[in-house]
Write a new protein. Sequence first.
Length: 292
Amino acid sequence: MKEIWISNSYGKINLGLNVLEKLASGYHNIETGFCFIEWADRFEATPASRNSLTMSDEKIPVDDSNLIVKAITLLEKEAGLKDHFHINIQKNIPTGAGLGGGSSNAATTLRMINKIANLGLQETDLMELGKKLGADVPFFIQGNPGFATGLGTEIEPLPIQPDGWIVTIFPGEPSSTLEAYQFATPNPEPEFSLKKVLLEDPIEEWQYLIINDLEAAVFPQMGIVGNIKDQCYEFGCSYASMSGSGSGVFGIFEQDFVAIHAYESFHSMGFSANLTRPLFEPDLGIYKKQID
């Protein structure tokens, strides 16, 4: 009998994103709300004589540049990992969409290997390791919606998962995070408190109170992203925005049949899309199966 371990690696969207300050290091202080979507990659890990990685999307490199490989290397260096694994990924989250697929994969790798190899690391230990891999990796390890500040690594869990249907759309081409921040204009004093709006104001008011500062940098370069956002409103959403640095866009809908119509319409236009249920909670379980 052979062991196979299975888990899902979920994507995220950003509820607003304020670029507050550009630092001397070239990075930026930001504030943003993180919540989960049901778009997920499927992980399968099996014990092996050496480490190997396969992806259903062959365009994604599986060398040392991949965050999954980096996560395993980090566990070997920092936690004494001696075991080896073959990891196979069914890749569903689009790459370069601002949906956190790579960071989520890194977090899932840390959580899975920690459990399978009995490394004994606590969640706080995994979050500290995650910071070395990417700014929002700790969010995916924690598994709760939250409010991120600083470089995006300081995350306060908050109950901000929207009570509405979320339709997330990928335009088909990625946007550049580097360029998005390069052309963004920092504003240290946003007009409205993003945290307060997310906690207290109804979703139908968000379009007047919440902005993503990176949209102004991305839309002139990728007009299709702005067009998809406009289409979300035309389909009847309460709030629409680009996620993170793009190019993914999401709309939040109050009624299921309106959301389903939008989801199906974007699919019929040839876009990849996902539909997320209200108050969605990701299943971060790691499940073992025995196979012949």
